[in-house]
Write a protein that binds this ligand. Structure first.
Ligand code: FES
Length: 303
């Protein structure tokens, strides 16, 4: 373990760095980052300046740019968070794969990563369109675990979607971009989630950039991008349910699912519209409360 002497502003700046590291990686990354930082400090007390210099000079891309942005530092010669377009367009499903990759990046860092990863993709494409193999290569070479495995698993389960059903939904929903939310709801109702193929088709037919559609879908808790399990449990995180024991119920469910959650999708929403049943929970489309919810959950877990 590193032996670091902190100055108050150094500790505070390092805390900001850690806050920008995705929660799933924090415990694993912290000792490694502290070790790197101790090397940079070389026995001096760690100040804000040392942390900033370490981030700016020693970290690899694209993490360097993302953490510089998190610390409010400008990267020299670069437009901060400026999105870069695919220089010669996309080939096959490469754009959808690229957007799916970005979904693993926390919101606050996504635009910085978009620019950096787009730059890497353009380099790999060497003046031609960005191909699926270029995106796969980026995932394998640049993306750390556990995100790499998440993304590759998501890619492996993409496909096999009957696109004609999406075409029918689009035909039944005439109009322009203002209709897209309705289309997305209909697609989710049809498939249980919003497949990548559906997003690509909606992007083409409604003339909406795929990146905009991904942003839209991920900003609504009601939409999901992965195929759900056999059972879907939706727990309300809203104030009404929280004060009536919703958080305890969520914790209990998470503990139960940790040991026996295969095939079960757990989601959290701000309100299920059933505040008079607080704490409310939706299981496979049906609203339950308290004891009934526990009984239904036990039944699912014992299947
Ligand atoms: S706050 Fe939970 S259902 Fe409304």
């Amino acid at each position: 373990m590193s032996d670091i002497k902190w100055l108050p502003d150094g500790q505070k700046t390092f805390d900001k760095v850690m806050a920008a590291v995705p929660a799933e990686m924090r415990d694993t990354m912290k000792p490694k980052l502290l070790q790197m930082l101790a090397g940079k400090a070389a026995g001096q007390p760690v100040s804000k300046e040392i942390v900033e210099a370490w981030v700016s000079e020693d970290l690899p891309e694209p993490q360097r740019s993302a953490l510089m942005a998190a610390l409010g530092l400008k990267t020299e010669g670069e437009e901060k968070a400026a999105p870069v377009a695919a220089a010669a367009g996309w080939d096959g499903n490469s754009e959808a794969l690229f957007e799916r990759m970005l979904q693993e990046v926390p919101d606050m860092m996504r635009e910085v990563f978009r620019g950096k990863l787009m730059g890497i993709a353009n380099d790999k494409a060497q003046g031609g369109p960005i191909k699926e193999e270029h995106i796969y290569a980026i995932v394998k070479e640049v993306v750390p675990e556990p995100f790499k495995t998440n993304i590759l698993n998501a890619y492996a389960t993409m496909g096999g979607v009957d696109v004609s059903k999406v075409e029918t939904i689009l035909e039944n929903t005439p109009g322009g971009q203002e209709k897209v939310i309705g289309v997305l709801h209909a697609v989710q109702e049809e498939f249980g989630y919003i497949p990548r193929e559906a997003l690509v088709l909606i992007s083409q037919k409604k003339d909406i950039p795929l990146s905009t559609l991904y942003r839209l879908v991920t900003s609504y808790a009601a939409f999901r991008l992965e195929e759900p399990g056999k059972h879907v449990i939706t727990v309300c995180n809203g104030t009404g349910c929280h004060v009536c024991g919703g958080s305890d119920m969520l914790k209990t469910i998470e503990e139960k699912l940790a040991g026996n959650g295969a095939g079960i999708t757990l989601e959290k929403v701000r309100c299920l519209g059933s505040c008079n049943s607080s704490p409310a929970i939706k299981i496979d489309g049906e609203i339950f409360s308290g004891v009934q919810a526990q009984a239904k959950l036990e039944a699912i877990l014992s299947e």
